[in-house]
Design a protein around this ligand. Sequence first.
Ligand code: TRP
Length: 352
Amino acid sequence: MSETKRRILTGITTTGIPHLGNYVGSIRPAIASATTAFENHEGDAFFFLADYHGIIKCFDPDEIHRSTRAIAATWIACGLDPEKVTFYRQSDIPEIPELAWVLNCSCAKGLMNRAHAYKAAVDINLSKEDTDPDYGISMGLFGYPVLMAADILMFNATHVPVGKDQIQHIEMARDIAGTFNFKYKPLFTEPLAVVDENTPLLTGLDGRKMSKSYGNTIPLFGDGNPQVDPEKALKKAVMQIVTNSQPPEEPKDPNDCTIFEIYKAFATPEEIEVLAAHYRRGIGWGEAKEILFNKINDEIAPYRARYLELMSNPKELEEILQMGAAKARRQAQKQLDKTRRAIGIKPLAKLK
Ligand code: TRP
């Protein structure tokens, strides 16, 4: 790979089951940009399941496992091509936590003290009486940005697509790389955060941002429960979108409506205009929801079929992940070897 090529890398924490907001905000744009980069020979892409990050906030082993499987199946079903993108599970690359330890040893503790996620947890504790500032905060949470730096620096990623909440972590990865490079040897590329201002933040059922923590999400392919038909689950959720009490014939403002907000993330500009005109003439909420459901369903139904196939065939998924791990590990081993030599950890002599 030449110096000027991009290497895109991003991690997905393995908690929860992907919802429509994840699809629109991260899965769909990430797969599109990786595919374009590959086709235009602009560089390559690494996507991974950050399961060692998952265990920082989730202590339910079944949830970690279920989520890992559902997320892997979702990304593959939505068109991630494991031949074009290196797709792996973080925990299959033991060199990553090993690198994290090495980086821990040159990373200033003060840098971690400034991490937003840690500071927010401390602030909550400080707001309560008689509570230790570090109550409930594990070393994993405290050192989270170092593991994330190891994820990125291991592969010398140049561009890291993330949400706004993660920008600080990328800045920290740059800082950690810079410190190591200065102390020892310039082995690590300082990555850039890529925040796409154009990807819509999807609105949830209640009109707030769609988020697992608000409980207002629309499932992408159901909730992982095989008893529930995922297409019906999608329809049911769409029908639950909160609307006002305007009667059907009354003209409506498309720009003040969750149904329309979500529709915009799936429709072409012409289709959006057609629906807007329908709103201004008057549309019943039931009809608007039906139109939205069909639009979403047309796009995701083929992916859903593949998702269900992969979910019922975990062997195929495991094989895909193992193939990705083999590709990633070859590079990780080389980078870790260089790192160890740079810090003075190497064989005393060559044994024949
Ligand atoms: N912390 C990221 C998140 O919660 C996930 C993640 C882990 C990640 N390692 C990464 C993202 C490396 C980008 C690069 O969204």
